[in-house]
Design a protein around this ligand. Structure first.
Ligand SMILES: [Zn+2]
Ligand SMILES: [Zn+2]
Length: 142
């Protein structure tokens, strides 16, 4: 029995669209400094899939290669028109194309609201106020 779920995503300008099959129990909330800088928010939610389970439906992402703290190079895919980040993966020099794992940026998925993270990682760089958002005044709209 296959326990994977189909998800689909798009960048903000909709030049790039993709489909993927994922294990929804693998979503993780990441507090690392790179996620803060690159997402522009206090954290980001990531869901792993594989290249075999990922299918570009439209458009072609641009790549930015970053050097991780570990010394590994990471390939970050984004839309060159609207700058939406789509996923991170290994560089093809480290893992052959077709065998790589992709860390999908959950915010770009149509199913984002249902993908509850199972854990939070890199808590050493977590911003102090985001562990209790209920302390902030709430408005339904801006
Ligand atoms: Zn776009
Ligand atoms: Zn991160």
């Amino acid at each position: 029995m296959d326990d994977k779920t189909s998800v689909d995503g798009s960048c903000h300008c909709e030049a790039i669209k993709f489909k993927a099959r994922v294990d929804v129990s693998r979503a993780v909330l990441c507090h690392c400094r790179d996620c803060q800088i690159m997402s522009g928010g206090p954290y980001r939610v990531i869901l792993q899939t594989s290249e075999q389970d990922f299918q570009l439906v439209q458009g072609k992402p641009k790549q930015y290669i970053k050097l991780a703290d570990s010394g590994n190079r990471r390939e970050l895919a984004f839309c060159e028109v609207c700058s939406t980040q789509l996923y991170a993966t290994s560089v093809v020099e480290d893992v052959p194309e077709g065998e790589r794992l992709l860390g999908l940026r959950v915010g770009v998925l149509s199913q984002a609201a249902e993908l509850r993270p199972r854990a939070q990682v890199w808590c050493k760089s977590r911003v102090s106020w985001c562990s209790d958002l209920s302390a902030l005044h709430e408005l339904d709209r801006q």
